[in-house]
Design a protein around this ligand. Structure first.
Ligand SMILES: *Cc1c(COP(=O)(O)O)cnc(C)c1O
Length: 347
């Protein structure tokens, strides 16, 4: 079998949830969109279901999948994408966001008594959310619906940067608007939980922190390890070209090892060398990433054998650092992993 494998350590997920609880007194909504950032939502829920008050996703089909594993609230973070989805919201008893006026058109026909409506306010990110000027009118409209509850929310644009002034002013704008309104409120994503305790309201919405892809400096643990194995070894001479477009040339005689993982497995495309680890030693890739293969400059290390394990990252890696080599972010590393990669879950 092709041994290109993503291992997921479930105990690290549990540790991350427990760590988040140390940083916040708010209820936790686990963001499990995109199949739990690529790690498999059914496995993730087995570990964290008891620890959280709710879950959130983007699409109805993601919500359907989560509903198989929990009776707790599930929030559609972008609400409906077309009007007909309100009947599925009824069916699966989903919470949903209202971020734009159009999402309220025709909403009265539906029975929303099992749903919380999360009214999303634009406080400066200028992505989704109603304008401050429209708040009073739309809040009254939402109150007139027969929903189970209303939650007021916003999204912070740069919570990963401690004391970012724009983000602090977003928090102030939100607080000024919602202060005194007897509704639950929610503002913090992972970054704010660690960096901006003043953003805390009733519900926090961590995603990447649960999966340990960021905030290792606060104690989160990376939950995944991506490995492949050497399937080919080849001696080449100084001056020989390697791989597509001959874009890499050997400076001295060396051994080129191949591992069966490429961009079709979800590695972000790269042209510059990235670092991998084999038997505790670091090596650089040679040439451009292929669809199904990565080539490695093993220099003159003849101790490396067919079948040896090659680590792209490991449980003790800092995924933010790893992602920099790929010229991307850790969210992208995790959510990109394709179904072709075998996933194995460790207790
Ligand atoms: C994805 C998402 C989150 C989670 O963000 P992290 O940075 O992964 O913690 C929180 N809130 C909203 C609205 C989101 O879309």
């Amino acid at each position: 079998m092709r041994k290109t494998e993503l291992k997921i350590k479930l105990s690290n997920l549990k540790d991350n949830i427990n760590l988040i609880k140390k940083f916040t007194n708010a209820d936790i909504q686990a963001v499990v969109k995109a199949n739990s950032y690529g790690l498999d939502v059914s496995e993730v829920l087995k570990v964290i279901e008891d620890d959280v008050e709710s879950f959130s996703v983007i699409t109805i089909s993601e919500a359907e999948e989560v509903r198989k594993h929990t009776t707790k609230p599930i929030l559609l973070l972008q609400g409906i994408h077309e009007q007909e989805e309100y009947s599925l919201i009824e069916k699966y008893k989903l919470d949903f966001v209202i971020h734009s006026n159009w999402q309220l058109h025709g909403i009265e026909k539906y029975n929303l008594s099992n749903s919380r409506i999360w009214l999303k306010i634009n406080t400066g990110m200028n992505r989704l959310g109603i304008n401050l000027d429209d708040f009073e009118k739309l809040f009254q409209k939402v109150k007139s619906l027969n929903a189970k509850d209303i939650v007021l929310m916003s999204q912070l644009s740069a919570s990963s940067i401690k004391d970012d002034s724009e983000t602090l002013s977003q928090i102030e704008t939100f607080n000024n608007l919602v202060n005194g309104i007897p509704c639950k409120k929610s503002l913090s994503n992972s970054g704010a939980i660690f960096n901006m305790p003043e953003a805390e309201h009733d519900i926090v919405r961590p995603g990447i922190a649960i999966y340990g892809g960021k905030y290792n400096e606060f104690g989160t643990k990376n939950v995944s390890s991506l490995t492949s194995q050497i399937i080919s070894l080849r001696n080449i001479k100084a001056g020989d070209k390697v791989g597509y477009d001959g874009s890499w040339t050997a400076r001295e005689d060396c051994i080129i090892g191949s591992i069966p993982i490429g961009y079709a497995d979800g590695l972000p495309y790269f042209k510059k060398p990235i670092t991998v680890s084999i038997n505790g030693k670091e090596f650089k890739t040679a040439g451009k990433l292929n669809m199904d293969l990565t080539l490695i400059n093993l220099e003159q290390d003849s101790s490396i054998k067919i079948g040896d394990t090659v680590k792209l990252w490991d449980f003790d890696s800092n995924l933010s650092k790893v992602s920099e080599e790929f010229n991307t972010i850790s969210y992208n590393l995790l959510t990109n992993i394709s179904s072709r990669v075998t996933k194995n879950y460790l207790e």
